[in-house]
Design a protein around this ligand. Sequence first.
Ligand SMILES: Nc1nc2c(ncn2[C@@H]2O[C@H](COP(=O)(O)OP(=O)(O)OP(=O)(O)O)[C@@H](O)[C@H]2O)c(=O)[nH]1
Length: 813
Amino acid sequence: MSRHQAYRNYDYENDLDEYEADEFGDEEEELSPEDQAQMNAGTAQVRAALGVESSKVTTQQIQDALWHYYYDVDKSVTYLMTKYVAPSTKKKGGGRSTRFLAQPLPYQATQHSTFAKFSAAGQQHFIAPEGETRTQHVSFADFFSDMPWLNIPKDRETTFIMPSQPRGGLLGGAGETGKVSKLQALAAARKKKAEEKRSDEKQLQDTTRKLSHLSTTSIQPESTKENIRPVPEIPRETTGLPGINITSLSQRTESEFPTAAENKLRGKPEEISPRQTNSPELTEPLPAAVPFEAATPSPFARTLFGSMNSPPKPPPRTYPFPYLNLTSSVTDAFSAPSPDDIVLAAQSQASNKKNVASATKKKASTGKVEEVTGGVKSLKIPDAPLPKSKNVDVLKEFEKSKSKKNASFVVVGHVDAGKSTLMGRLLLDLNVVDQRTIQKYRKEAESIGKSSFALAWVLDQRSEERSRGVTIDIATNKFETENTSFTILDAPGHRDFIPNMIAGASQADFAILVVDATTGAFEAGLKGQTREHSLLLRSMGVSRVIVAVNKLDTVGWSQERFNEISQQVSGFLSGTGFQLKNVSFVPVSGLHGDNIVKRSTDPASSWYDGRTLVEELENSEPMARALNKPLRLTVSEVYRTTQSPVTVSGRIDAGSLQVGDALIIQPSGEKAYVKSLELDHEPVDWAVAGQNIIIHLSNIDPIHVRVGDIVCDTRQPIGCIDTFTVKVLAFDILMPMQVDVHRGRLHAAGQIVEISALLDKTRGTVIKKKPKIVKPASVARVVVKMATKVPLEAGQRVVLRCGGETVAAGLLE
Ligand SMILES: Nc1nc2c(ncn2[C@@H]2O[C@H](COP(=O)(O)OP(=O)(O)OP(=O)(O)O)[C@@H](O)[C@H]2O)c(=O)[nH]1
């Protein structure tokens, strides 16, 4: 169940009752029959175990003990023995439970199964081992109620009494002060030893640090020795090194230091220079260094550094800084421009001169330098020759053409209502699909035990759809009648595929709502996707609905059932906002083909003399086309064809286009050109709003085009936004929360960040500003923030979903 459902179905009254009973009720709990049986058996066992002593305890005491010890006979016997049969004279306060038993608190006795719990009123219930619940009133509200604020009477103040001696002993153990366990003594000894060791190490480190300072300073770069300049005296305190005077060290010449360093290296006691004796610390005798024994060099070392016999080389006096000894030719290498730089600079200078010259010339002649510069800037070298445009006046051509009306309809309804079967039958009876194909499907369907789905397979082409017997994505198909060219958008009925249904509904002019007339199935559908799909249709702007009351063969073509269903659906649809003049009902059987293309020949259906489904379709007017608006096409599919590496298909929502047109794909913002167009598998030169077309694109990389993107006009492309205000009809409770935003094939994560106002359903006026929540079936203005920028604009319809449920739908403002 979704969070929303949980919230909506939350039975506050019931839960409040339970809460009250739990917190304030203290009626005795009856033992369950199983508990009672266990209690009786346990009592008998305890009595048997106690033997003659059992006369010293009452049945109540035994049962209390059993209750407390969860029917553990041994524990209960032990307890009864110590408590009643042979009470121990041992000092109180040993174990926790004994102390508790030995010191009964003055509690009010009631039966309860909880050991201790706090009530909302501040009472604390205890269960004594005797099986008594004792309620101690520790209401803090009562305790402080008569106390003046910040003026606590002296007698109520808490006093802290310091212990006379610090406590020793183990945690929670011996009460004697100062007594130390063996373990503690051992730990203390170890700690002392570790501290001693640490202080020794620290001393050693201090000495080493002093020495290291001496030796480092002594190695002065050869090149700088003559140039030693006295540095300004730094106060001793600022060195941070106690006893070391930076001034004195830095002012020394080399001759003063090597002796000390060499002495150290040779292991001789160091002779401190007279200046260093300024430091009292350095006057302390330093520990004598141990002379090291030189090991015989390895053959590898000899190869590198020479033989042992060769006189030892003195350690280097200078350590050159990197790059300092580089030759001037190397250091100067990058100070002057490289030959390439010179060539480039010359070229740029030449082109500048040329540009300036031409600009000046043009300025003089036309005075439109900026225009030219802008034009040059926007020039892009195309990777392929641009497709040629025939420069057709598309709208004029469309008016002239005697082409049929184009209409798209979406087939919706609860799962297994028979949508795909109905459309399969329609295509079969209209000869769009031949009988042989259906026979083939029937055989294949039989082989996997789904023979009844043969007709549905005309639409359900995917192997997963066929094996599962459910439609997963929108299936499109086409057929023509005398006046209209229809596009079928067969939507999935399963609740998991609602986003695909939304995509289908967003492309539709009208809808066929299929309801299953079978007893029980219709009722289930009305609670399920019959309801949700109808709400979505209305929110997506679909106003014309043909209700196909399907599977009437299963109820013997009962007119009564048909009327009952028609009535219920009418009521529901009018409540959802559909005008009943735009709703019609047709009794059909998709499986047998009654009243779809041909009239039913079943005598039981003779009561119906209305239109067939196809007649109703022909009687439906497609929505008005936004032909004069800027081009908008939502990409339904992207694929590669022999004609182009980027081919897209979709319905033109607004505007028109022709071969050679430049387009912008949003959100990538990439430009593309119409290489060729296909309408109903035929190449065409142009297309207009309402038509489902295939566009072969050129001059664009496939990575810039995805399903859900918007193909638009280069002059007025759709903007990409991340925050929008939408007027929605709430299907569920709305509050600031995470939502998935669906628009056609596009879906993206977002969040309701603000509920600006609650609106009047009919007039759209503000009823309440900034409400905290919006109740189902209310209309509100909400602000949605998206995680990323998406192509959206005012007037578009969006659906908000949360946790797999549709929570709202509406129009972008
Ligand atoms: N008796 C009877 N069975 C039907 C009729 N129409 C469809 N069915 C059966 O109902 C089952 C479901 O049919 P589908 O066409 O797959 O249903 P659907 O609504 O397209 O299912 P989804 O797209 O998955 O929601 C199949 O076994 C069909 O044979 C009908 O008119 N009469």
